[in-house]
Design a protein around this ligand. Structure first.
Ligand code: EPS
Length: 354
């Protein structure tokens, strides 16, 4: 199961091709709307003001409402690209932006805007994962959901999954929404940006998915998350907190009723344990700032860079559906690989309840 995307933020369209999808999955253009709306810009004052309808056209791989097993091609036409926003910085390198490394690699500067390094590209990951999420839940009862776990220095004081979808931040503590609104308003006015942490959880993953050395479940999840623009770190379970833990604290003890903790984040030796798979993803502060910074232009001149236009002050706010998407895509791929090698799950005992 493989997904590749194409298109630029300021080109005519973006799209993806999904290879290796099983036949017979019911899918319609309307199925994409919910998750694409959760990720979209222009819905609150805390994200970029660009407004895209993000309407999916299914070009191939689906016939009479069902996947056929042949490559699925999805397309979304860009309707609100505004390249003139980039006129002033067309030859400059924004500090902290991929402008510089793309230039070093290709020697070409696309004057229309962020292109492939724009968060716009993540739209197609979310679209492709709508199919993966549907298959995972129908076939194995696996559900993937996520929430924001930190913005700047602010962390949730309490946790309720029901709160997450009821606010624009995917924040699990309803009592803190006013604080977040004020924080983001002040940040936006200051012209600065901030980082964020997203946590995604897959419930119902059976034991056995993932491979022991090449294609470890955690390795593939880490690679998938790191492939999202602006990601700087990935943790599985306790992640970097494991450094300060003793083995007696970190190990997850088990009883007949189930595991007694989940420090491992549902993965042992690259293979799912049957516990929830828990992944946290660190997003850097976005680099398109109204605050002036020193840099160079493509001619080597020292310049002062100021980025105006429509940009996210915290790209992490829109990242929860993107991280869910990447986890779902990896899990579907690993489920198919596991099934190909070992047959269907569910015939080894004892099994410790997750
Ligand atoms: C982005 C800049 C803005 C965002 C865009 C990401 O676009 P523009 O340069 O056209 O004003 O709106 O995000 C999306 C369009 C999207 O769908 O996520 C950037 O600099 O990365």
């Amino acid at each position: 199961f493989r997904v590749t995307t194409f298109g630029e933020s300021h080109g005519p369209a973006i799209g993806c091709v999904i290879d290796g999808c099983p036949p017979g999955i019911a899918i319609a253009a309307e199925d994409f709307a919910h998750d694409l709306a959760r990720r979209a810009t222009g819905k609150t004052r805390h994200t970029s003001a660009r407004r895209e309808a993000d309407e999916v056209e299914i070009l191939s791989g689906v016939y009479e409402g069902k996947t056929t097993g042949t490559p699925i091609a999805l397309l979304i036409r860009n309707t609100d690209a505004r390249s003139k926003d980039y006129d002033k910085i067309v030859e400059q390198f924004r500090p902290g932006h991929a402008d510089y490394t793309y230039w070093q690699k290709y020697g070409i500067r696309d004057p229309r805007g962020g292109g492939r390094s724009s968060a716009r590209e993540t739209t197609m990951r979310v679209a492709a994962a709508v199919i993966a999420k549907k298959w995972l839940v129908e076939k194995y009862g696996v559900s993937v959901r996520g929430h924001l776990a930190q913005i700047g220095g602010i962390i949730p004081k309490s946790f309720d999954w029901n709160a997450v979808e009821a606010n624009p931040f995917f924040w699990p503590d309803a009592a803190q929404i006013d604080e977040l609104e004020s924080y983001m308003d002040a940040l936006r006015k200051s012209g600065d940006s901030v980082g964020a942490l997203v946590t995604v959880v897959a419930d119902g993953v059976p034991p056995g998915w993932g491979e022991p050395i090449y294609g470890k479940l955690d390795g593939e999840i880490a690679a998938a998350m790191m492939s999202i623009n602006a990601v700087k770190g990935v943790e599985i379970g306790d992640g970097f907190a494991s450094v300060a833990q003793k083995g007696s604290e970190h190990r997850d003890e088990a009883a007949r009723d189930g595991f007694l903790s989940n420090h491992a984040g549902g993965i042992l030796g690259g293979i799912s344990s049957g516990q929830p798979v828990v992944v946290s993803v660190a997003f850097k502060p976005t680099s398109s700032l109204r605050l002036p910074a020193r840099s160079l232009d493509v001619h080597g001149n020292e310049v002062e860079v100021v980025t105006t236009g429509r940009h996210d002050p915290c790209v992490g706010i829109r990242a929860t559906p993107i991280c869910e998407a990447m986890l779902a895509l990896v899990l579907m791929d690993q489920a198919l690989r596991h099934r190909a090698q070992c047959g269907d799950v569910g015939d080894v005992s004892p099994r410790i309840p997750g």
